[in-house]
Design a protein around this ligand. Structure first.
Ligand code: BES
Ligand code: MN
Ligand code: ZN
Length: 496
């Protein structure tokens, strides 16, 4: 998709659609006002008749409007002024994009950036979000479809009009928004891929390919033999029941010289989670192909970071394995030694994510990180606590947790914190090892994070539980690309 930042609307653009964002108070500014005037008060009369009220996410497509520069004009409701800004804008963008990609338009033009002002949201924020939403609205999963039946949307080009002095800054925001959107598409593709294709080995290959496509990006693969040598007993225990060997994938983006200590992103990459010997019920088990969405987000972020050549050192680590039942699989009651030296009694083989992650966290120590952020579809309990709206965030460093909450608010990809108090740690007590891998039913998301915290004592660390946000079920089943926008915003804030 090609995106142009311009200072004036094109005089005429045949196959285009003009996006006009309107608040519920009906006040018209910029392009909206001009179009209304040229068409003899059409927009005003739509408000008066109630055919369009400007309520949140409402859309109305107008065709062949007299005096309009484009074949189509799409009115998009923004709701009341002074509501939750970033969220309000994101919802309006999403509604606009949904309507837009169902038309034959190849070009979308938006005058929103000078005409609509939302408190606390700059033209840059708005442009970035709009572009991210457009890229996602254009996304179609085609990797399992016949190549001669492209289902791509026709939207090829976007023009954003802004004031002259904003062009440079908005251009940067557009580049960021585009890379974020494309990072999300990569994460969605990886998540949506069938689990017989998307194996740990496949993820490793993708990482090698990604490194070959970008300067400043290198990939290292730690094989099972090497894990054995290193003593990664926890990650290996997860993969024991699978024919697919585990893989620890390290992607290293070197920003410009003296970019500082790295930020390490760690992703849970369970390419399929049957539960192992503690097997899951069969209903809906297909969705456990999404148990590598943390890893998928790491791929998406590393891709975006390399494309943008961010002047930061960012390292992505993916702990990839498949959790299967088998004669050779880990049993409930098995005790394993982790890379950290701590032993773990595996009481439930379905609590495998923390086993894979704990060795990856210890491995991260060697990079002397400034901050480590892990992301994982870790607990069903997280969906009970926060639903599909927010990811859970917990950590050992309040500023990092706060930075993630703020980045979530700004990007519309929100997270909310749960308490990681020491009081919960005793739930992991084991009679036979340094700790158990489960903490019972109460506070399941917190005890999972407590487990991880024992492997993150050497650095500032935060954990994102994305079990409720990384994919949606039902009719629109599919990966969402979250938390790529959250992490990109975090990195932009960290850098600026
Ligand atoms: N991948 C699951 C968590 C999950 C479940 C994510 C449902 C999304 C939807 C994880 O490996 C798991 O099985 N967790 C267990 C932990 C329990 C055994 C302590 C869970 O949440 O039930
Ligand atoms: Mn599990
Ligand atoms: Zn899992």
């Amino acid at each position: 998709m090609q995106i142009n930042v311009v200072t004036r609307l094109p005089a005429s653009a045949d196959n285009a659609c003009l996006l006009v964002f309107l608040f519920a108070d009906g006040r018209l500014k910029g392009a909206a006002r001009r179009i209304d005037k040229n068409s003899g008060g059409t927009i005003r009369s739509l408000f008066a008749s109630g055919d369009f009220s400007g309520k949140k996410a409402e859309t109305l497509m107008l065709h062949a409007l007299p005096g309009a520069p484009t074949a189509r004009v799409l009115l998009i409701g923004m709701g009341q002024r002074k509501q939750n800004h970033a969220q309000q804008w994101r919802e309006a963008c999403r509604a606009a994009c949904k309507s837009l990609v169902s038309t034959p338009s190849s070009l979308a033009i938006s005058d929103c950036l000078s005409a609509v002002s939302i408190d606390g949201l700059s033209a840059c924020d708005m442009a970035g979000q709009l572009v991210t939403e457009l890229v996602n609205a254009n996304y179609v999963f085609t990797l399992h479809s016949r190549v001669d039946e492209p289902r791509q949307s026709r939207l090829m080009q976007v023009s954003l009009t802004v004031e002259g002095k904003q062009v440079e800054a908005v251009n940067l925001a557009v580049r960021r928004g585009l890379s974020t959107g494309l990072g999300m598409c990569t994460a969605r593709d990886l998540g949506n891929l069938a689990p017989n294709i998307c194996t740990p080995g496949y993820l490793a290959e993708r990482a090698v390919t990604l490194a070959s496509e970008h300067d400043n990006l290198t990939t290292t693969i730690v094989t099972e033999d090497e894990m054995e040598e290193l003593g990664m007993g926890a990650l290996l225990a997860v993969a024991r029941g699978s024919r697919q060997p585990a893989s620890l994938i390290v992607m290293n983006h070197q920003g410009r010289k003296r970019a500082g200590k790295p930020i390490v992103l760690v992703g849970k990459g369970i390419t399929f989670d049957t539960g192992g010997i503690s097997i899951k019920p069969s209903e809906g088990m297909d969705e456990m192909k999404y148990d590598m969405c943390g890893a998928a987000a790491v791929f998406g972020v590393i891709q975006a970071v390399s494309t943008l050549q961010l002047p930061l050192n960012v390292i992505g680590i993916v702990a990839a394995a498949e959790n299967m039942p088998d004669g050779n699989a880990t049993r409930p009651g098995d005790v394993v030694n982790t890379l950290s030296g701590q032993s773990v009694e595996i009481l439930n083989t379905d609590a495998e994510g923390r086993l894979a992650l704990c060795d990856a966290l210890t491995y991260a120590e060697r990079f002397k990180p400034d901050t480590v952020i892990d992301m994982a579809t870790l607990t069903g309990a997280c969906i009970v606590a926060l639903g599909h709206v927010a990811s859970a965030v917990m950590g050992n460093d309040q500023p990092t947790v706060d930075a993630l909450i703020n980045a979530g608010e700004a990007s519309g990809d929100r997270c909310w914190s749960l308490p990681l108090w020491d009081d919960y740690q005793t739930q992991l007590d084991s009679n036979f090892a340094d700790m158990a891998n489960i903490g019972g039913r109460p506070a399941g998301s917190i005890t999972a994070a407590c487990f991880l915290s024992r492997f993150a004592r050497q650095f500032k660390w935060a954990h994102l539980d994305i079990a409720g946000t990384a994919w949606i079920s039902g009719e629109g089943k599919g990966a969402t690309g979250r938390p790529v926008p959250l992490l990109m915003q975090y990195l932009f804030d960290y850098q600026d």
